[in-house]
Design a protein around this ligand. Structure first.
Ligand code: SF4
Ligand code: ZN
Ligand code: ZN
Length: 341
């Protein structure tokens, strides 16, 4: 367990230890545990050359422990690396769960003094995630993933961001990669390194600052830093799913081979070029102009099915206006600024 009893002493200051890092195999008090995680992310930023990508970064904030940890750590490193941050929360309209998540994100952004953009799906599309799922009869998480990926990319492109940061922890990434290896879906592996590159004006790059931070460590971090985070599960979260079983298997293997998950991810990061790129060429969606593997992107197809017309271009316009109302000045410094002036 990451959180420990009173009898243990912090390995840095000798004070009462509240946390255990399975990576370092040492105990820490709140303050020094925070230092450990910030230092791990700092090293990842240097090792994987993420600093330039994080200059004007859109941070996807669900309000869960991972995205809360990511936002807090990036904010602590902002002065040192000269980062500018815009946090983005997507309210999916999942009843009390979404209301509570939005409230947590607002509270956190105030506490950390980070600008926050809230995108309300019901307001943007006229339908909430549960309504979309009922109409499409597709698994909620797959629909949700398509929508969140699209909206974060729109914010990144419209805000002239250098990247979108995703709060995937090391356990999630390792399980995802292993799942795709087992299924021999090798092109998916290439997209799951510490960063992906942008593509012209149709997609911003993605960065995973928590590439080397374990899930138990993000749980400890939010407690050590006394940050608000969403402690209830989304009602759509499946009870059983393949990645969860793979995570359990990796934890079991880690008992036999200490450091297995991070070693695996470090080797993957070195070997990404070995894995193939997706076979379909990527291009601009003919209706919204953003990244797509077909004539029309997944979001425009999805909205056309649900509300009768593709809403990508409309959503881009609404998000452009929302960003302008925040007074964000990123586009002025960007070579892409002419698109928006
Ligand atoms: Fe979306 Fe599924 Fe996560 Fe709920 S559990 S927020 S539906 S991805
Ligand atoms: Zn200490
Ligand atoms: Zn589109």
């Amino acid at each position: 367990m990451p959180t420990v009893g009173r009898d243990f002493r912090c390995s840095v200051c000798g004070g009462s230890a509240s946390h255990f890092s399975p990576v370092l195999r040492r105990y820490f008090c709140d303050e020094h545990f925070i230092d450990v995680i910030v230092e791990r992310v700092r090293r990842s930023i240097n090792k994987y050359k993420l600093a330039d990508k994080l200059k004007r970064v859109v941070v996807g904030l669900s309000g869960g422990k991972d995205s809360v940890t990511m936002l807090s750590v990036l904010q602590r490193l902002a002065n040192e690396f000269n980062f500018e941050i815009l946090a983005v929360h997507i309210n999916l309209g999942i009843g009390e769960f979404s209301k509570y998540s939005e409230q947590i994100c607002r509270e956190l952004a105030r506490k950390l003094n980070v600008p926050l953009l809230i995108l309300d799906l019901g307001d943007l599309l006229g339908v909430t995630l549960p309504q979309i799922v009922r109409r499409l009869k597709r698994p909620a998480c797959s629909v949700c993933g398509t929508i969140k990926r699209y909206l974060l990319n729109v914010v990144g492109v419209e805000a002239c961001a250098t990247a979108v940061a995703l709060g995937h922890n090391a356990d999630d990434i390792a399980a995802y990669i292993l799942k795709n290896f087992l299924l021999q879906n090798l092109s998916a592996i290439r997209k799951h390194g510490p960063a992906t590159d942008p593509l012209d004006s149709i997609a911003v790059g993605r960065v995973r600052p928590l590439y080397e931070v374990l899930e138990v460590e993000t749980r400890s971090y939010v407690k050590a830093a006394k940050l608000p985070f969403v402690e209830i599960a989304c009602p759509f979260k499946p009870r059983r799913y393949f990645e969860a079983s793979i995570k359990k298997a990796l934890e079991f293997l880690e008992d036999e081979v200490r450091g297995l998950r991070l070693d695996f991810l470090r080797r993957i990061a070195k070997n990404l070029d070995v894995y193939p790129s997706p076979s379909e060429p990527l291009r601009a969606c003919s209706t919204c102009g953003l990244i797509s593997s077909a004539e029309i992107c997944a979001f425009c197809k999805l909205t056309a099915k649900v509300v009768g017309e593709p809403l990508g271009a409309f959503v881009r316009q609404r998000i452009r206006e929302a960003i302008a109302s925040l007074g964000l000045r990123w586009c002025k410094e960007s070579p892409k600024s002419s698109q928006h002036m």
